[in-house]
Design a protein around this ligand. Structure first.
Ligand code: C2E
Ligand code: CA
Ligand code: CA
Length: 683
């Protein structure tokens, strides 16, 4: 007798015997096909529960589909999960109905519903695995690879499909009804293995997934696992479907909340989604291109048009971008919009349109006020080459930083050289970690010449770093990268200890030198116990406090004035000196700078430019020296390279000169030799 016939024979007598007889029919049902051994009333109650669950998931689906939602792999898998979930509940309902209320006309439908139900049950655990694979932040598994991880599931599904003929998994018999086949447990093993694999994935990727996602996933595994176990123990309770529906709901309100990917002000996709989308394209080895529109004067616009005006400009820009490129537009940070496209033609088209839109001095009408909105438009072709969404965003910032920010709209197109410059910086950044751990930095000392004493009277400690392949890295470059990545404090500590050790080992030097100047960055000054920290290091090497003078650039002195005062007072009380560095290179607020206890001012090399030929520049330099002298500051002229420059500034009464004319920065050994040569230094 074929399987179809046997199923029908099993159903038919049960229907004729009525509910009491029916309850005696023993059914060993797998996951959630609830027992035919329960009463019709119970069946009705459970069916209603089942229906109400499917309604809830349907509601979630309806809402999810109705919103502007992310269309990345994760959301697509979630959608698939929700659809499979609904179909599963419906199939469970149908399968249960046909078994509870058998009808000879529905023989094929009963067979179909049961098989579909098992197919969906087999598919669900695999969907959970796929779902987890789409959550890894920078190792999103491509759909192709994901498909491969489904091979065991597909084999099982093949077995379920052929089961009516093979009867290996289950079959129907008289009078026992539903019976286990010899490979029946395979369905359990498959579900258990998938759950275990899901758990292992969550544990291995816990850091990349982040606490929040791990928590949600574990909760879902726990709820659905408990649902399966409860239903196994007591068939009439439809807890498998219940657990799964709860899981889908939990995902909907946490990870797959459509609002999580939308920028609330503009309604465009946000940074989070751009990261996921670009990582996904990189994993799938697809090429894509990015255009950034950076409203670099937004802060200024907020000042003149108010925050509301600023917001209106952002909304207007978002609307224009949305109209132009629809779902390809993102707002990634407060001032930055991005367009992501997979087509080169589209990229060129958008770029041309944007140039036209923000042409020259683009003006927008905001609440009847005409406001100038200059932007920086930067284009990155084949952004996938950077290999990571984080790098793409950093590269966009790097490109923007290259612009002159002249107050007009500027367009910066990436090219080979710019990309190489950026990648060079990234290599430096990576090497800095190693250099800090292994203390690979060196210190060179540049002697500073006294115009009055006619000898070197102080030194500036300058960091040096050599890369095995890139060679010497310019300090400006690695210091800036270290500052950006919060590594500067560790570098300062290493270097400061080194300076103290050097001075401790060559104490005689300080009989002829006033002090050694050490550069401090803003982050060094912002650390909690700044003054106590550096004093502790000096004390550890038994270095008198007046041997050190800290240099702070005018930008740092201006921007951190309030916090700096307290630290500066603590340093001054301990006898440590302060020097204002790079005067004239930025926009120092002299009023606030003068409130800090500087005794020395270093005039930046940029002010020296052309002083021997340009009278105006010469007058300016001379008056700077004169003014600071009147205020009792000592002046150091930085970057003096020629005799002509040296003679000119000496005639203006500059106290000290630091420059290649007298000496370049030197390693310890050469410095000691140079100083020894000076008549006034003896051991
Ligand atoms: P800075 O503090 O203004 O240091 C003086 C810079 O001018 C040094 O560049 C020095 O080599 C250079 N210089 C001196 N005389 C001349 C000259 O006659 N001509 C020219 N063209 N340049 C001259 P360096 O060593 O490349 O350092 C660059 C900057 O990197 C420094 O500028 C300082 O801001 C920063 N830096 C270096 N080492 C450290 C450090 O250990 N900590 C911190 N926070 N910054 C450092
Ligand atoms: Ca300096
Ligand atoms: Ca300087």
């Amino acid at each position: 007798m074929n399987a179809k016939k046997r199923l029908w024979n099993q159903i038919q007598p049960a229907a004729n015997t009525g509910p009491d007889q029916f309850t005696k029919v023993r059914i060993f049902h797998s996951f959630s096909l609830f027992s035919v051994g329960c009463s019709i009333e119970k069946t009705m109650v459970c069916s209603r529960l089942c229906l109400s669950l499917s309604q809830k998931v349907l509601l979630v689906l309806w809402y999810f589909l109705g919103q502007k939602r992310a269309e990345d792999l994760n959301n697509q898998v979630f959608l698939f999960f929700a659809i499979i979930g609904i179909l599963d509940v419906v199939a469970e309902l149908a399968s249960n109905y046909y078994i509870s209320f058998p009808d000879s006309n529905c023989e094929i439908a009963a067979m179909l519903a049961t098989t579909i139900f098992y197919l969906l049950q087999a598919l669900l655990p695999f969907t959970v695995i796929c779902y987890i694979q789409t959550l890894h932040d920078n190792k999103i598994i491509s759909a192709k690879k994901m498909f491969l991880s489904g091979v065991p599931t597909f084999i099982l599904m093949g077995m379920i499909l052929t089961n009516p003929f093979t009867e290996k998994l289950f079959y129907f018999d008289i009078p026992a009804g539903y019976m286990k086949g010899p490979w029946y447990m395979l369905m359990y093993y498959s579900a258990l293995c998938h759950m275990a694999a899901a758990l292992i994935l969550i544990v291995i990727w816990r850091k990349k997934l982040g606490y929040r996602k791990v928590k949600v996933l574990l909760e879902i595994l726990l709820i659905s696992g408990a649902g399966v176990v409860i239903q196994l123990l007591y068939h009439p309770l439809l807890t498998t479907g219940f657990g799964m529906s709860l899981g889908i709901l939990a995902l909907f309100i946490t990870i797959n909340n459509p609002h999580a990917n939308i920028d609330t002000l503009t309604g465009l996709y946000n940074h989070l989604y751009l990261v996921r989308k670009s990582n996904e394209l990189i994993s799938a080895e697809k090429s894509f291109h990015i255009i950034t529109v950076y409203l670099y004067q937004l802060r200024h616009i907020n000042k003149i048009a108010g925050v509301q005006g600023g917001n209106s400009i952002l909304k207007l820009t978002a609307r224009k971008l949305g109209e132009m490129c629809g779902k390809k537009a993102f707002r990634t940070t407060g001032k930055r919009f991005m367009i992501l496209t997979g087509s080169l033609e589209e990229y060129e088209y958008y770029l041309t349109q944007l140039k036209r839109m923000f042409d020259g001095n683009s003006k927008l009408n905001v609440n009847n006020k005409i406001i100038t909105v200059p932007v920086i438009i930067s284009g990155i072709m084949n952004a996938q080459k950077l290999g990571d969404s984080g790098l793409i965003l950093e590269y966009a910032e790097y490109l923007e930083a290259l612009s002159a920010k002249s107050g007009l709209t500027e367009v910066i197109q990436d090219d080979h050289q710019t990309m190489n410059g950026f990648l060079y910086n990234k290599r430096v950044e990576q090497y800095l970690h190693k250099a800090i751990t292994e203390d690979l930095f060196e210190i060179y000392y540049q002697p500073v010449y006294s115009t009055r004493k006619k000898c070197f009277i102080t030194l500036e400690a300058l960091s040096r770093l050599q890369h095995p392949e890139l060679g010497w890295i310019a300090p400006d470059v690695f210091i800036q990268i270290a500052e950006k990545n919060h590594m500067i404090e560790q570098i300062t500590d290493l270097q400061f200890s080194r300076v103290c050790r050097f001075l401790g080992e060559n104490r005689y030097l300080m009989e002829h030198l006033l002090n050694v100047k050490v550069n401090l960055s803003s982050l060094d000054l912002m650390r909690n116990d700044c003054s106590r920290h550096f004093i502790r290091i000096m004390d550890a090497y038994k270095i008198p406090h007046n041997w050190i003078q800290f240099e702070i650039t005018e930008t740092v002195a201006t921007e951190y004035n309030a916090g700096l005062r307290r630290v500066a007072e603590e340093f001054t009380a301990a006898g440590i000196g302060f020097c204002l560095d790079d005067f004239g290179s930025g926009y120092a607020n002299l009023n606030t700078v003068m409130r800090l206890p500087f005794s020395v001012i270093k005039v930046d090399r940029s002010l020296l430019f052309d002083i021997c030929r340009d009278e105006k520049r010469a007058i300016f330099y001379e008056s700077v020296v004169e003014t600071f002298h009147k205020m009792n500051y000592h002046i150091v002229s930085e970057g003096v390279e020629t005799q002509e420059e040296m003679e000119q500034i000496s005639s203006w009464g500059v106290d000290m000169i630091q420059g290649y004319y007298f000496s370049k920065p030197l390693p310890e050994k050469e410095l000691l030799e140079l100083l020894k040569k000076q008549d006034n230094i003896e051991r």
